[in-house]
Each structure stands twice: as structure tokens, then as C-alpha cells.
Design a protein around this ligand. Structure first.
Ligand SMILES: C[S@@+](CC[C@H](N)C(=O)[O-])C[C@H]1O[C@@H](n2cnc3c(N)ncnc32)[C@H](O)[C@@H]1O
Length: 443
């Protein structure tokens, strides 16, 4: 079991791609437009890109050499480390396994992508504590370097290009930013309704924006909604989803519930499992059960102030003790599924608990060491990680990027706690984040 599996282990076997002997259908069937112009095949692999918009057109990205090479490498089992980690986990039922599974019903022989995912802008009204400036324009703290320009990258030319693709796709996913605050998405939805009215449209929204225009839109196309909330306790909800208003969001959820029931659409709740909401999860599950709604939990790897995997054993023990006292109904399909999701959270938390014990044995008394000593230990750890992996360039890249992130901190005390955090983070995790240029997001 590698460290990613340990951190993000999921108990449910979700991926069943064996029948086709294809390990992941994403490169065959999916195109993903990232907020900073990166064109990839899924939300996870930000290394093997098909191109960068607008320098690369959608046609070049999809029909060009890079995707062909990607597919060939996958057929020959010679994937990049990032795909290997993801697939490795899908075989062992781990966290990211949900990524290959989302593509499992896609047609792999179709000339055009079966689905396109849009994360084209970070335009958002909320400043959720677990989010970052890359995904929300309201967050002013600069975590993602070269913060995305969103709609400055994607404009009406994208719509023109999409006209060639839309008639062929089966589904389109819209993330963001907040999808209902992204003007470009309205133009894309109009095109989908016009050119491919049956296309399954899935919108992940924070549930705060709902008006007459949106209500009319939802009737016109095959829209399905997933609302992201972490709590139904107003105080906690508003502490986590900063700028959100529980009462308003709840009114909107009620609207979506009725709309979905009346129009036979899917409706779900998506929830980040974080330090700030573990106590609210049982109440949230009960709310979903009463309303016959499926709940999905997002595994939160960062930031450290929210993630649970990096917490100490006292806190994780507290979470587990609390969850032992909770019971749920499991009569309906939805209740069964929600219970299963909850049990997965418990399994995950048990693994994090065991890891926290291992960490405390391996690295005791870090707080007492000088900053210089902490840095030395960290560099040593990175060197020993790379010792068995021929990668001098990679080693230097990780050390350079990590140094930049630590030095960018405003004072000595933050630099120290960041060093301690990096020391508690497996080097493999640091390596992958550095490769994706997301190292500053971790802390
Ligand atoms: C970035 S949001 C954008 C869409 C929309 N604004 C929303 O809140 O649903 C997409 C999804 O990512 C989740 N999310 C936010 N921060 C996250 C984090 N640090 N780790 C994992 N998922 C996260 C949200 O809960 C949401 O379900």
C-alpha cells in the first residue's frame, strides 16, 4: 500500500473497468478544461496535458498527437506516475478511484469525447475556508501562483469551437468558481440545449445563486444539480462557506429538491469532510436521508487547516469516538448508500489515526528543534526518497519549489510551522504537488 492509498483509502470498490481491459477511459472519452487554460482528460492529471488554451485549439487537443500518445501509453501500461497513482488506488479501492469510475460507462470508440468538463473560471461569491484563489475569485490570499484569469482565457471563440463537439457529447459537467456566476457557461448551456438537448448536464453549485433566469434555464435542458454544503447548522455553515447564508441556501435546496422530483432529474449533496464539520456530518446525513438525497464526501487533501488526514491522534480519536455513538436508518437505497459513505469516512479516519501514531513515533519533539535543523531533516528526507528513483532533476525541482514556498511566508513562526507540516507530509505527496505546481496549496 503506498502512502496515497493510506491517506485516501476508500473501502468501496467503485471502479470496474476490467470488462474492457482498459484501465481508465478518460483519455479515450473525456476532455477537461481547466481554469488556467490547461486542457487535460480529467481533473486529476495536470501533468499529461493535451494542450493549453487558446494556443491549442480544442480540435488540436482532442485529435492531436498528444492524446494519441497518451492513449498508446495507457494501452501499453506505460503511464505517467500521476495516472499510476490514481489507478493504483482504484485497484485498491482508494480515494481517487472515484475518478476512473466516473468514466466507466463512456463509449471509448467514439471519435469525439463522450463528455467535457468545464472549470473555466474561478468567478465565485464565496470564500470557503477549504478553497483557494485558484477556484474562487473572492479569496484574496494568493495561494495559486499566477492566479487564473478565467474568462480572459476562454471567450466566445471557445463557443465557436465547442459547436463541433457538442452534438457528439453525452454529458457535460460544470464546476468553477460558481457555475451560475460564470457568464460563459450560460452561452455554453444555450448551445447544448440547441445542438444536443438530451445531453446530461451536471452542475456542481454552492447553492447560493438561484433566480428566475436559472429556473427557466433548468427546464429547457437536461440539468442535474449537486449542491455543496458542509453543514446544515447555520453558524457552522456560514463559518465554512464564508459569505453564504444558510437560510437562503436551504430555500434553494428545497427548490432543487422539488424541481428534481417533478422533472425526474438527479439531485445530490456534495460535502467536504474537514476538521470544521466532522461533528455536523451525522445531522447532514439525516437531512439527506429524510429528503431521499444521495450524499458524496469530498476527500480534502489541503489546506492543512481543514484537512483531517494530517491531524494529531487526539483529534482523530475524538472523531472516531463520536462516530461510534451515531446510528442511521438503512431501509431505502439512498439510506443504504449514505450509510456506506459514512462508514467509508470512519475507515478513512481509522487509517489517518494509525498514521498519526506512526508520525508521532517517527518524528517526536519537532517543536523543540531549530528552524535550521528542521530544514536539514526535511532536505535529508527528500534526498532519501529520491535515492532509489533516478531523478536528479526532479529532486532539485522539489527542493527549489519547496524553498520558494517556505521563503514566501511572511514570518519565522509561519515558516517553522510550514516546515513541521512538510516534515509530517509524506515526500511522495510533496513530490506530486510540486510537479503539479500546487505545493503552496498544501499548507
Ligand atoms: C471548487 S467547488 C466549485 C463549484 C461550486 N462553487 C461549489 O461550491 O460546489 C467544486 C467542489 O469542490 C469542493 N471543494 C472545495 N474545496 C475543496 C478541497 N480543498 N478539497 C476537495 N474538494 C473541495 C466543493 O465542496 C465542491 O463540491
Amino acid at each position: 500500500m503506498n502512502i496515497f492509498q493510506k491517506i485516501f483509502l476508500k473501502t468501496k470498490k467503485e471502479t470496474d473497468l476490467n470488462e474492457s481491459k482498459i484501465q481508465c477511459k478518460a483519455p479515450y472519452s473525456s476532455m477537461y478544461l481547466n481554469v488556467d487554460g490547461k486542457i487535460g482528460v480529467c481533473c486529476y492529471n495536470k501533468i499529461d496535458l493535451l494542450g493549453e488554451y487558446p494556443q491549442t485549439s480544442l480540435k488540436e487537443a482532442w485529435f492531436g498527437k498528444k492524446r494519441k500518445v497518451f492513449v498508446k501509453r495507457m494501452q501499453r501500461n506505460k503511464m505517467s506516475e500521476i495516472c499510476e497513482i490514481c489507478l493504483d488506488q482504484s485497484e485498491s479501492n482508494a480515494f481517487i478511484s472515484s475518478i476512473p469510475s466516473t468514466f466507466k460507462n463512456n463509449d471509448i470508440n467514439s471519435e469525439y469525447p463522450a463528455e467535457i468538463s468545464f472549470e473555466c473560471s474561478n468567478n465565485c461569491n464565496l470564500e470557503c475556508i477549504m478553497c483557494n484563489n485558484g477556484l474562487s475569485s473572492s479569496i484574496k490570499v494568493q495561494k495559486v501562483e499566477n492566479s487564473p484569469h478565467g474568462l480572459k482565457i476562454y471567450d466566445d471563440n471557445l463557443i465557436a469551437e465547442l459547436r463541433n463537439f457538442i452534438p457528439h457529447i453525452k454529458s457535460a459537467r460544470f464546476i468553477g468558481g460558481e457555475p451560475f456566476l460564470i457568464p460563459l457557461y450560460y452561452k455554453i448551456w444555450d448551445e447544448i440545449i440547441k445542438l444536443n438537448p438530451d445531453c446530461y448536464i451536471l452542475i456542481t453549485t454552492n447553492g447560493t445563486v438561484l433566480n428566475e433566469r436559472i429556473k427557466q434555464l433548468l427546464i429547457r435542458g437536461n440539468f442535474n444539480i449537486c449542491v455543496s454544503i458542509e453543514s446544515i447548522n447555520a453558524i457552522n455553515y456560514e463559518k465554512i462557506r464564508v459569505n453564504g447564508n444558510m437560510q437562503k441556501t436551504m430555500e434553494n435546496i428545497r427548490y432543487y429538491l422539488d424541481f428534481s422530483k417533478d422533472n425526474r432529474r438527479n439531485f445530490g449533496i456534495s460535502t467536504c469532510y474537514i476538521q470544521q464539520n466532522y461533528e455536523d456530518i451525522p445531522e447532514l446525513i439525516n437531512f439527506c436521508n429524510v429528503n431521499n438525497v444521495y450524499i458524496w464526501f469530498n476527500r480534502v487533501a489541503h489546506p492543512s487547516k481543514c484537512a483531517l488526514w494530517n491531524c494529531n491522534k487526539t483529534l482523530l480519536e475524538k472523531v472516531l469516538t463520536f462516530y461510534k455513538t451515531v446510528n442511521f436508518r438503512s431501509d431505502t437505497e439512498v439510506e443504504k448508500s449514505n450509510l456506506k459513505s459514512f462508514n467509508e469516512l470512519i475507515e478513512l479516519t481509522k487509517i489517518w489515526y494509525n498514521l498519526s501514531i506512526e508520525r508521532e513515533i517517527k518524528l517526536p519533539g519537532l517543536e523543540l528543534l531549530t528552524t535550521k535543523k528542521l530544514y536539514e531533516i526535511l532536505i535529508n528526507n527528500i534526498h532519501s526518497y529520491f535515492r532509489n528513483r533516478n531523478g536528479q532533476d526532479e529532486l532539485q525541482m522539489v527542493i527549489d519549489k519547496m524553498g520558494r514556498v517556505i521563503n514566501s511566508q511572511p514570518n519565522e513562526s509561519i515558516r517553522r510551522s510550514q516546515l513541521i507540516y512538510f516534515l509530517n507530509t509524506p515526500v511522495q505527496v510533496i513530490h506530486i504537488y510540486a510537479k503539479c505546481n500546487y505545493l503552496s496549496l498544501l499548507y
